[in-house]
Design a protein around this ligand. Structure first.
Ligand code: RB5
Length: 146
């Protein structure tokens, strides 16, 4: 993982996108922000696609946020190469990396406190894929795209 991430949200996740972007900047990450850029209503599939394109083109990880995290994670998972994992606690963030080789973290602004959201981000950033028996399973997931 490079010290660079892409982040995107719809209007329902805009405030947490700004908060997480600032947090990442303070920890030395370069952050590509694909929007949205204010609280005006936008469609989360459009943002998910923008994040997915940067993840694939730049070979970096991404973070997506909407109100619940559900819609934007479903949309991101329809995009080639994406394993978006909706996490509501640090254990899920850890396992999303260890077992699922998550390359996109999905969060819900309306369902998480701000400190918890940042703690989930921090956990997801440091944890790594375990490989081994999980490699074959992740490969099978990616083959479902074919
Ligand atoms: C937008 O109101 C809301 O539907 C969206 O942010 C997200 O929660 C969808 O899953």
């Amino acid at each position: 993982m490079k010290n660079k991430l892409v982040i995107g949200s719809d209007h329902g996740g805009f405030e947490y996108k700004e908060m997480i972007k600032e947090h990442l900047g303070q920890h030395g990450y370069e952050v590509v922000d694909v929007g949205c850029y204010d609280k005006s209503s936008v469609d989360y599939p459009d943002i998910a696609k923008k994040v997915a394109d940067v993840v694939n083109n730049e070979k970096i990880d991404g973070i997506v946020i909407c109100g619940t995290g559900i819609g934007i994670s479903v949309a991101a998972n329809k995009c080639h190469g994406i394993r978006a994992t909706l996490c509501t606690n640090e254990y899920m963030a850890k396992m999303a990396r260890h077992h699922n080789d998550s390359n996109v973290l999905a969060l819900g602004q309306r369902v998480l406190g701000s400190d918890l959201a940042l703690s989930i981000v921090d956990t997801w950033l440091v944890e790594k894929f375990e490989g081994g028996r999980h490699e074959n399973r992740v490969n099978k997931i990616m083959k479902l795209e074919e």
